[in-house]
Design a binder for this molecule. Structure first.
Ligand code: TMP
Length: 209
């Protein structure tokens, strides 16, 4: 088990309010308990350049930003993160656990924003060193449950409204048909129940490879 998690690239993703930050923390702790060197990063962000791009993307003053501009900015932040951290960490045999990745661009910009999931994947293929991780776990949650978990000021993406966010969820749920390494967990349930499902998906991966 320990050996199999080394050098693995894992992603937790899902709609805003799905609980992925809590699950990322718990999964990271579990991987460390297996004796594996694990690092965890957020996308967009983490690097100096990525955090600046994140600020531009989430600033509520930038309400006129086009979906194509969002795609390019999210992709740029991700490319920098791979260059500075993910690539070297994987090469050193660490397990890399991400809070969001390409699956978000597919669901938000590709599907909800109407840019096109296939076009997003094409841009990723042309610009990223690594397109898909070993596994992406989508924490699936309905709008009402998500809203209850987001009692705070909303950023520019979160302010896009219910119709947009319903499509974001739809976009995430399309991904397993397009990319077999994408799995879905029901995140409407308790933190512990979701944790059990996430661990099962990660354990299945480490048994297979
Ligand atoms: P976070 O708050 O979960 O870190 O994500 C920042 C926001 O950016 C969140 O509303 C989801 C959105 N997002 C996209 O629209 N496309 C992307 O590719 C990524 C990574 C995030």
């Amino acid at each position: 088990m320990n050996e199999k998690l080394k050098g693995k690239f894992l992603v937790l993703d899902g709609p805003d309010g799905c609980g992925k930050s809590t699950q990322t923390r718990m999964l990271s702790q579990w991987i460390a308990e297996q004796g594996v060197d694990v690092v965890s990063y957020r996308d967009p962000g983490t690097t100096l350049i990525g955090e600046k791009i994140r600020d531009i993307l989430l600033d509520t003053a930038h309400e006129g930003m086009g979906d194509n501009v969002e795609v390019l900015l999210y992709m740029a932040a991700r490319a920098q993160l791979y260059k500075e951290h993910i690539g070297p960490d994987l090469a050193a045999g660490k397990c890399v656990l991400m809070d969001r990745w390409l699956s978000s661009t597919c669901a938000y910009q590709g599907w909800a924003g109407g840019f096109g999931i296939e076009k997003v994947i094409k841009i990723a293929t042309d610009s990223l060193e690594r397109v898909w991780p070993d596994v992406t776990v989508i924490l699936d949650v309905d709008l009402a449950t998500a809203a209850k978990r987001m009692q705070r000021d909303l950023d520019r993406m979160e302010q896009k409204g219910d119709a947009y966010h319903a499509k974001v969820r739809e976009g995430f749920l399309k991904l397993p048909e397009i990319e077999p390494t994408v799995k879905v967990a029901d995140a409407t349930r308790s933190v512990d129940q979701v944790r059990t499902d996430v661990l099962k998906i990660v354990q299945d991966l480490s048994c297979r490879t």
